[in-house]
Write a protein that binds this ligand. Structure first.
Ligand code: NAP
Length: 246
């Protein structure tokens, strides 16, 4: 059974690794090509770059005789999940969404969620703050409208050009542990953490560190997704695929 996995997440990489041990499945991992040095598991069939909209994806699925589509794109991918659902429907093939659960506030957390960066920026207020900003390289420029703050910006690839006047630019790839995150927040006297509600373990420690230091966390709410069967991790996705195979 040929499977296309739309990736860009650790869950997608985990699923292709699990499928590599299953002789019945032949999986191809697809990446958009945003990260300069993507982590592709060794020996895994993959392709990089957009398909050219729904029509291009339909053409690719048919040409490659794909029998199942797995949308394992990031929780903040806004377009691809809808393209995937539409293309799967046109091709008459099933689609599974592999979506990690959102982070949930626990006792002692001071979290607020916002629909967009403008809402977060308004909530940060007019006075200067010291912000740990982990919203992804491409969304950092939105914060140029609030240049009064100091930002500690972390991204996987460098932000170029650097759009914030008062900032330190870190390039780091998770997973991060609590000591690492506590060290950063203390060293830079951070007073608020701004992030997407991406969920997952790899980047969760910053939230635990914020809780420990009683810092507010301003989170971007997840965008809507198409209706589809959902697995929350790679093992569940494998079970779903095995059940489909029967
Ligand atoms: P998006 O808005 O949903 O997609 C924009 C376009 O990128 C799509 O229309 C498609 O181009 C192409 N694309 C997206 N995912 C693809 C994939 N897995 N394989 C091939 N083409 C893909 O997505 P995005 O927010 O720009 O994110 C791009 C990629 O980065 C995604 O794969 C996502 O998993 C990953 N990522 C995103 C975020 C985030 O915060 N948005 C964070 C971490 C990782 P065509 O229309 O030409 O097919």
């Amino acid at each position: 059974m040929r499977i296309l996995i739309l990736g860009g997440t650790s869950e997608a990489s985990e699923l292709v690794k699990l499928l590599a041990d299953e002789s019945f499945f032949q999986a191809t991992l697809s990446l958009a090509g945003r990260t300069r040095q993507p982590q592709i598991p060794a020996g895994i069939s993959h392709r990089i770059g957009g398909f050219g909209g729904v029509a291009g994806l339909v053409q690719w699925l048919r040409a490659q005789q794909i029998a199942v589509l797995v949308d394992a794109t990031h929780p903040f991918a806004r377009v691809m999940p809808f393209h995937a659902a539409e293309a799967a429907a046109i091709c008459g093939i099933p689609m599974l969404a592999l979506r990690r659960p959102a982070w949930q506030a626990g006792p002692g957390d001071d979290w607020q969620e916002y629909d967009d960066h403008a809402g977060i920026i308004a909530a940060l207020g007019a006075g200067p703050r010291r912000i740990f900003l982990t919203v992804g390289r491409l969304e950092v420029p939105a914060y140029a409208t609030a240049p009064q703050h100091f930002y500690l910006v972390r991204s996987i690839d460098p932000v170029v050009p650097q759009p914030l006047p008062e900032a330190i630019w870190l390039t780091e790839r998770g997973p991060f542990d609590l000591d690492h995150e506590l060290g950063l927040l203390r060293q830079h006297c951070i007073d608020a953490v701004v992030s997407k509600n991406s969920g997952g373990f790899a980047t969760e420690a910053k939230l635990l560190a914020a809780r420990k230091l009683n810092l507010p966390v301003l989170l971007l709410r997840r965008p809507p997704k198409p209706v589809a069967p959902v697995a929350t991790n790679a093992a569940e996705a494998l079970d779903w695929l095995r059940a489909l195979h029967g």
